[in-house]
Ligand binder design. Structure first.
Ligand code: F6P
Length: 361
């Protein structure tokens, strides 16, 4: 079999688990006698006169570093040229031509792109760029808002990070008989807040998918079996007539009702931390699936987890899924609608455990 040369890059926001994917791709490729070239800074690494790359092997990215968060390959500078900024600057044609030229110069047989909804949908929308090689995407995001796959790289570690953060707050909360309103990341999707909230035993979890009533929330806290605890608030919630950070809005309501509280913002801690075993196993499964897809001659596909089984789905199926919504401003960019569904079993379990989750059932 022909010895292949494959490229790999990380795009969009980072998360824990990216380095495990890269490491496993490198290891699996080496066993096949293939070469792996890491493209630095996502698409930005393909925009200069010469592509910015690094030849990857286990000396460069040793196994003990494969669990570290961030991306060994970087995800790009803020404001760098990428599909979105190229559209804003009216340079799409030049940008696409540049990427095609750089990929041709690298003489790649295949490219593994590790990205979220934005990168994956834009890769499909601009697919001519990749017509001379095989394009395999691997889904990652702490938001867990990608359709077609039941899990994304980085989500499990983010849940663990947020849970650990809240566990530590719980002790100081107890000492001072007060509440912590913790703001979780996740954009418009409540998966991260819901999962970490259940893990930590929060007293209330507010997510964008479920409407809530402030009076009910305050009554629930006032009648809780403890006078301290965690109120988990997803960054995507809104409160009519109020503006500012969601955790601040809720904290103000508590203060007005005489409930002692503080706010806490774990922010990018949720994208950090050593990768959990679950994320490392998923990273290994996706890397193996991607390498097999390359071996089988597949292209324009994405790895996905369904009922515990990993397989590829076509990118056309991904963007056509009922859960992807076109961005009106950026042609080809899809945002996701893959939110916490009302039939998510964790919602009723949370409610059974006395957690206030809003106007649910
Ligand atoms: O999409 C991942 C994510 O971490 C969101 O949860 C969050 O809203 C956003 O990215 C933060 O982006 P930035 O790193 O640009 O502040």
């Amino acid at each position: 079999m022909k010895k292949k040369k494959i490229g790999i890059m990380t795009t969009g926001g980072d998360c824990s688990g990216l380095n495990t994917v890269i490491h496993r791709v490198v290891r699996g490729a080496a066993l096949r006698g293939w070469t792996v070239v890491g493209i630095l800074d996502g698409t930005d690494g393909l925009c200069g006169d010469k592509p910015r790359t690094i030849v990857l092997n286990e000396d460069v990215l040793p196994i003990e570093n494969a669990k570290l968060s961030g991306s060994f390959l970087h995800n790009g500078h803020a404001g760098a040229l990428n599909f979105e900024t190229a559209i804003e600057r009216g340079r799409v044609k030049q940008f696409n031509a540049q990427l095609r030229k750089s990929l041709a110069a690298l003489k790649l047989d295949a490219l593994i792109l590790i990205g979220g909804n934005g990168s994956t949908s834009l890769a499909w929308a601009n697919r001519e760029i990749y017509s001379d090689l095989q394009l395999i995407c691997i889904p990652k995001t702490i938001d867990m808002d990608m359709p077609v796959t039941e899990r994304t790289i980085g989500f499990d570690t983010a849940v663990q990070q947020l849970t650990t953060f809240c566990d530590q707050l719980m002790l100081t909360a107890r000492s001072h008989h007060r509440w912590f309103v913790v703001q979780a990341m996740g954009r418009d999707c409540g998966n991260l807040a819901l999962n970490a909230g259940v893990a930590v035993g929060a007293t209330a979890i507010l997510i964008p998918e479920i409407k809530f009533n402030t009076d009910d929330l305050l009554a629930h806290i006032a009648n809780a079996p403890t006078d301290y605890g965690i109120i988990m608030v997803s960054e995507g919630i809104t409160l009519r007539g109020h503006s500012g950070r969601p955790a601040d809005m809720i904290a103000r309501k508590l203060t007005t009702a005489g409930i002692l509280n503080r706010t806490a913002f774990p922010e990018h801690i949720q994208r950090a931390g050593d990768t959990t075993a679950c994320d490392r196993i998923l990273a290994t499964k996706f890397a193996d699936c991607a390498l097999n897809a390359i071996e089988n001659g597949e292209t324009y596909v994405m790895t996905a987890l369904k009922c515990g089984d990993v397989h590829t789905v076509s990118l056309s199926e991904f963007v056509a899924s009922g859960e992807m919504v076109n961005d009106p401003n950026i042609p080809g960019l899809c945002t996701s609608n893959a939110y916490v569904e009302p039939d998510n079993p964790l919602l009723s379990i949370a409610q059974d455990m006395g957690i206030y989750i809003g106007n649910y059932k």
